[in-house]
Write a protein that binds this ligand. Structure first.
Ligand code: ZN
Length: 92
């Protein structure tokens, strides 16, 4: 089980954007200037890695799983975003 490295919470959404990529909750990630800087640096680093590894035709998607941004092909979006009402998806 993942716990927020700052507050110990494990009952909320966590992301690997803490210092040294530790799991952190949203409130803690923006609770101090240092935590916010670490979160932004971790996110930017992960985004740069994803973008560098993208294949032609892929798009960067946020909010799929809890690992951060991912590169997917548009055809993968509907399954990846699961739970969306069919009428709300622009990818039908
Ligand atoms: Zn926390």
């Amino acid at each position: 089980m993942k716990d927020c490295y700052m507050c110990g919470a494990h009952d909320r959404e966590l992301r690997p954007y803490g210092v040294n990529r530790q799991w952190v909750c949203f409130a803690c990630a923006f609770s101090t200037p240092e935590a916010e800087a670490a979160a932004k640096a971790a996110f930017d680093g992960q985004m740069a890695t994803v973008v560098a590894g993208m294949k032609p035709g892929q798009v960067v998607v946020l909010g799929v799983g809890d690992e951060g941004p991912k590169a997917l092909y548009p055809a993968q979006l509907k399954d990846a975003l699961g739970g969306l009402d069919d009428n709300s998806s622009p990818y039908n």
